[in-house]
Design a protein around this ligand. Structure first.
Ligand code: NAP
Length: 263
């Protein structure tokens, strides 16, 4: 009798994790900490070999170790995602060393929050350069190898890119831009076998949100319909879905993962 594949319930019962990314190569930006670290480790646990990218390779050393402990392979790379030619060189290097690319997660991002009247041109430009152009740089550099593998792309945006937020005009513009990139490239690349989706986190506990303060954090948690601030694993789960078998017929979408914050 043919053996049936293990069910999701079986996965929960045994604690085993389906290795649906066995022999696949993934590149995750912003992998040194926060959401990118959790995504890297999750993809490694699925069996992927992960290129962990941050501003320096040293910053990703701990993530690489965690990926290996999770049962995958990983290597660390450093680049400024806003530097177009450096990103092109880096992607070529990863594709050559790994022998191809199947999954790209554009996650690196920064904030430089300020009300409009106080926001400097430099604050505006840098946030757009890292968050939006940085995403475009990797999309451009990785498009051909991803077409070859019929790969998957996930861009990390934010609910703020949908709702807007006072004091975050630069950040919201960059994240709205990422949604536009995602939808346009889904139309361009889906015919070439590449799906392109976005994940929009709400409020997730990482270094980016660390200085909010305890009182504001508990007020925020109370305002979130699901009653808690998100964790990095919540975003890793959504990305895991989009790059896994369950996400194979999804493209051009923005999956909001915010506990209902933006409702
Ligand atoms: P984080 O903890 O601050 O980590 C940011 C990551 O991006 C780090 O790995 C950092 O590398 C990397 N990075 C920043 N600038 C870079 C550059 N110029 N070149 C290369 N790498 C760069 O952030 P996070 O909270 O995990 O956020 C990850 C993504 O989720 C971001 O796009 C963010 O906008 C989005 N997001 C976060 C939240 C939230 O509540 N946390 C909500 C919505 C959306 P280094 O360690 O080397 O600096």
């Amino acid at each position: 009798m043919e053996r049936r594949p293990r069910s999701r319930a079986g996965e929960r019962r045994t604690g085993a994790i389906e290795r649906h990314l066995e022999n696949k190569n993934a590149l995750v930006t912003g992998a040194s900490r926060g959401i990118g670290r959790a995504v890297s480790v999750r993809l490694a646990a699925r069996g992927a070999r992960v290129a962990c990218v941050a501003t320096s390779a040293e910053n990703c050393a701990e993530t690489v170790l965690a990926c290996k402990q999770a049962g995958g392979e990983a290597a660390a790379f450093g680049v400024d995602v806003a530097d177009t030619s450096a990103v092109a060189d880096l992607v070529s290097r990863v594709v050559e060393e790994f022998g191809g690319l199947d999954v790209l997660v554009n996650n690196a991002g920064i904030t430089r929050d300020q009300l409009l009247l106080r926001m400097t041109e430099e604050d505006y430009d840098r946030v757009l350069d890292v968050n939006l152009k940085g995403t475009w740089n990797f999309l451009k550099a990785a498009a051909r190898p991803l077409m070859k593998s019929h790969g998957r792309i996930v861009n990390v945006t934010s609910v703020v890119g949908i709702t807007g937020n006072a004091g975050q005009a630069n950040y919201a513009a960059s994240k709205a831009g990422v949604i536009g990139l995602t939808r346009s490239l889904a139309k361009e690349l889906s015919g070439r076998g590449v799906s392109v989706n976005a994940v929009a986190p709400g409020y997730i506990e990482t270094d980016m949100t660390a200085d909010i303060g305890e009182k504001a954090a508990s007020e925020l948690a109370a305002a979130i319909p699901l009653g808690r601030i998100g964790g990095t694993e919540d975003i890793a789960s959504a990305i895991d879905f989009l790059v896994g078998p369950g996400g194979s017929y999804v493209t051009g979408q923005t999956l909001v993962v915010d506990g209902g914050l933006s409702l």
